[in-house]
Design a protein. Structure first.
Length: 71
């Protein structure tokens, strides 16, 4: 899985700090997602991010093949 949080934030003209303020999710947790170091995400966290960014999980995540290509 590849997280595109940085691109979605850029498209919306928002910072990680603003997203944290809107969602109540810590900067540390959002940073882990943004840098693709997260191993899991709670549905409540995903829902909060999607609502704050007016987006869907499909825009936030994609699947990468073993050679790195996005599906």
């Amino acid at each position: 899985m590849v997280c595109h949080l940085d691109a979605v934030l850029a498209d919306r003209g928002l910072t990680l700090t603003e997203l944290s303020r809107r969602t109540g999710i810590t900067l540390a947790n959002l940073s882990v997602l943004k840098t693709n170091k997260a191993r899991a995400i709670r549905f409540s966290t995903l829902t909060g991010i999607c609502e704050a960014l007016d987006t869907s999980p499909a825009e936030l995540f994609s699947i990468a093949t073993q050679d790195g290509d996005l599906v």
